[in-house]
Design a protein around this ligand. Structure first.
Ligand code: UD1
Length: 305
């Protein structure tokens, strides 16, 4: 089938692109290259450089597309707090345009990236899709608004929609070069360079780390499964790992003791985050398979070139 991946030059989008090409699908990528990289785009994919808010180009990019895998977004919580209007414009207005373009072009389905950030500091563990929500940032707010919009497009325009609440995604091609980068990419780089890794808080906070190729597997199920109208599903490993455990695992994989420093916890940091993944298994028949050890080893291999 022909798919369009918005944000396909990004870390997660480019992992999805590789998976769909390997499965024999035709892949078109639309990306502004704001944070995505040209080097991430597979040679066999068609590439259009544009922002999702550019309705003309977006409309053309949707022509002949069966399923849209919408990954483009402003992805940083910290940036969203600094620039809430821009976050709303890119994430909410942009997503609304993607949904509208999908309907106009006659696309069947949109699978889009939401976030576990919608749960905020809700202390319930693991987080179920029907757990109380507590969006604490413009970023979380934008993702929740997109879920509501997707439901509307499904109910009133017959567009099939799947919203995936990603937990902490990691893997090859994740950029370690910004203070907003995912903790695994930052930690791996610091260990490799024998530099000090700073733990914010006690290190006892837990995260549900899910390997990007497993996310691509879940997206494949979401794109191909018949009989979907509107779904909102967690995408995680279902397992919590503390930051201290993560440091130990990564240091063992690299074979060097870590140099650690501790700093005050980040404002707004969630203490514990773990996905209940039964929804994904029941609705789409998919369960993440890659253990943290294996995913870490593959990420480190990639980083070491
Ligand atoms: C992640 C996502 C975010 C999403 C949220 C949902 C990334 C980059 N961010 O945020 O988009 O909305 O999950 O819950 O994937 N840490 C350190 N040292 C560092 C960097 C981080 O101790 O150098 C700590 C953080 O304080 C945090 C944990 O590691 O406690 C994970 O941080 P991070 O990878 O940035 O992800 P989240 O904050 O969970």
């Amino acid at each position: 089938m022909q798919v369009l991946i918005t944000g396909g030059a990004g870390f997660i989008g480019s992992t999805i692109a590789r998976r769909f090409l390997a499965d024999g699908h035709r892949v078109r990528i639309l990306d502004s290259l704001e944070t995505g990289l040209l080097a991430n785009i597979p040679a066999d994919a068609e590439f259009i450089e544009a922002d999702i808010r550019d309705t003309d180009t977006l409309g053309k990019a949707c022509q002949g597309v069966e399923v849209i895998l919408h990954q483009a977004a402003m992805v940083s919580v910290v940036l969203s707090v600094a620039e809430p209007s821009l976050c709303f414009d890119v994430n909410v207005v942009g997503t609304q345009r993607v949904l509208q373009a999908a309907v106009a072009a006659g696309a069947r389905r949109v699978v889009m990236a939401s976030s576990s950030a919608v749960y905020g500091n809700n202390p319930v563990q693991p987080k179920r899709e029907d757990s109380p929500l507590d969006p604490l940032s413009p970023y979380a707010d934008s993702k929740l608004t997109n879920e509501v919009n997707a439901r509307y497009y499904s109910a009133y325009h017959g567009l099939e929609t799947v919203c995936f609440r990603y937990f902490n995604v990691f893997g090859p091609r994740q950029r370690p070069d910004s203070p907003y980068s995912g903790v695994i990419s930052i930690l791996a780089l610091k260990l490799m360079q024998d530099e000090t890794f700073t733990i914010f808080g006690t290190g006892e906070q837990t995260r549900d780390f899910v390997f990007a190729e497993d996310v691509a597997g879940a997206i494949t199920a979401a794109a191909t499964q018949p009989g979907i109208r509107h779904e909102v599903l967690n995408v995680g490993s279902g397992r919590p790992t503390s930051l201290l455990e993560l440091v130990e695992l990564a240091a063992a994989a690299i074979g060097r003791p870590p140099k650690l420093a501790f700093a005050e916890g980040r404002a707004g940091d969630v203490m514990h985050s773990q996905a209940d993944v039964t929804g994904l298994a029941q609705r789409l028949g998919y369960t993440a398979r890659t253990s943290l050890d294996v995913g870490l080893a593959r990420t480190l291999d990639w980083m070491q070139g």
